[in-house]
Design a protein around this ligand. Structure first.
Ligand code: DGY
Length: 320
């Protein structure tokens, strides 16, 4: 008898066929729309789950005694209690690698958009306000040659360093658990303490995963260490930052601008003070959101899940 998979992420016809070839699939579109009622009802039959953006807590897992594997269509695994999944014997997989370059592209889009005030000025043009050539009031700041500070030197951090070093001639400094000699050599990068990075970098890019240790890592003290020309970019998770402290830093001119793809609460509240600030470029968590990359992530998740349900070791197993 085929195993049963609950799918809560829309797949392309080709990937759905690949999944259905081996397992029975129940698709639950937007499980949050009925407060997870359909998901709860289906969980007792589930051997596998495939989807993203769902907090899989103990109460939900208790409903799924047959569960063998969860394939997350994401690199971040902050929606899961890995230790609890391991205790229950449930394999967790994610989708690293395939989204690295696309997410770094998003990071650089935010670097350029904030420095050159692209969104603010494009809005200004559309509003019919471009009536004479622009002056210093509308000038931005250079990207090339400025210091790029990367917090978290994982795959995405490296891809950012590559863009900064080779594309924009930027000195690269980074903070991570330990120095990475290969990164230092390839990108002329320098490992440093967090405070040093905050003081020295012109662009401060956050790429750390959300964990107990990184929650609230960047707060009022950290924004105080940044210079008034600093630009802060977050493409990791909103909760790594104290959002109220960020808002204050932007409102008081403690830092120049922020490019934010992630927020403490998502979707970001429409009345968030962040959205009222011209020096904020806010995007809706689109780090990996291209047709090609989302398809590659979904393919990776399908392969991981099928391998796990066959009793093989999936390529991207997260549990230790
Ligand atoms: C990821 O893959 O973790 C992205 O941030 C989407 O959640």
């Amino acid at each position: 008898m085929k195993k049963h998979v609950l799918l809560y992420k829309k797949l392309s016809p080709a990937l759905l066929a690949r999944l259905e070839n081996e397992v029975e699939v129940t698709y639950i579109d937007d499980p949050a729309s009925d407060s997870l009622a359909r998901l709860r009802e289906a969980l007792p039959q589930a051997h596998g789950l495939l989807g993203a953006s769902l907090k899989l807590d103990a109460a939900l897992l208790d409903l799924a005694p047959q569960l063998e594997a969860v394939a997350s269509v994401s690199v971040g695994v902050d929606n899961y209690d890995i230790a609890d999944l391991s205790r229950r014997g449930v394999k967790l997989t994610n989708t690293p690698d395939v989204l690295t370059e696309t997410t770094a592209d998003t990071g650089f889009a935010l670097v350029l958009a904030t420095a050159r005030r692209v969104v603010e000025l494009a809005t200004w043009v559309r509003a019919g306000q471009w009536t004479a050539s622009v002056g210093p009031k509308h000038f931005g700041t250079d990207v090339h040659g400025k210091t790029l500070g990367i917090i978290g030197m994982g795959r995405i951090g490296e891809a950012l360093a590559q863009r900064g070093h080779f594309g924009f001639n930027m000195p690269v400094i980074y903070h991570s658990h330990s120095a990475k000699p290969a990164v230092d050599q390839r990108f002329g990068a320098r490992h440093c303490a967090l405070d040093e990075l905050l003081r020295e970098a012109d662009f401060i890019c956050l790429t750390l995963p959300l964990t107990k240790e990184t929650t609230g890592l960047i707060g009022a003290r950290e924004f105080e260490l940044m210079g008034e020309d600093s630009i802060f970019i977050n493409i990791s998770r909103g909760k790594v930052v104290d959002e109220q402290a960020l808002i204050r830093a932007l409102q008081t001119g403690q830092i120049r601008a922020a490019g934010l793809d992630v927020f403490e609460r998502e979707p970001v509240q429409t009345d968030s003070p962040l959205l009222a600030l011209d020096n904020v470029v806010a995007t809706p968590h689109i780090g990996s959101a291209t047709h090609e990359t989302r398809e590659a992530m979904a393919r990776c998740a399908v392969d991981n899940l099928l391998a796990a349900l066959r009793g093989e070791r999936p390529q991207n197993l997260v549990n230790p």
